[in-house]
Design a binder for this molecule. Structure first.
Ligand SMILES: [Zn+2]
Length: 128
């Protein structure tokens, strides 16, 4: 079965309503609320697997990327594309092998989408 974003949001809302009343589940509420917010904002999209690599700024290791622009939820990364580390919110650029490197000063244009992706990464980080 294929689920839509609305299905996931509905399921999370239902679980949050129940979970708040159950002490053993209440601890998960902040994480679920952040997940729901991400889904509603359109920041959580299909993951694309990339070669495992580390953020050059903070060392965070990852092996997946997702589109930050809500207009292109199924976009996949290409060499030269700009990305944001979900751990430290620094700007990254995909290399030819789809690992990432630090963006050079002046290399990246700070679009509204990029600022929103950075803000989302910072919000996630403070929720940990
Ligand atoms: Zn990082």
């Amino acid at each position: 079965m294929n689920y839509t974003r609305q299905d996931y949001c509905q399921a999370l809302r239902a679980f949050l309503e129940l979970g708040d009343g159950i002490p053993e589940l209440r601890q998960y509420s902040p994480a679920l609320k952040a997940l729901l917010q991400g889904l509603e904002d359109g920041y959580l999209r299909r993951d694309t697997l990339v070669p495992e690599c580390a953020c050059p700024w903070c060392g965070y290791r990852f092996d997946a990327a997702m589109a930050a622009d809500p207009a292109y939820p199924d976009a996949t990364p290409s060499p030269g594309d700009v990305s944001v580390c979900t751990s430290c919110a620094q700007i990254l650029v995909f290399a030819d092998d789809l690992t990432v490197r630090a963006a050079m000063p002046g290399e990246v244009e700070f679009t509204p989408e990029l600022r929103r992706a950075q803000q989302a990464a910072r919000t996630q980080r403070t929720d940990r």
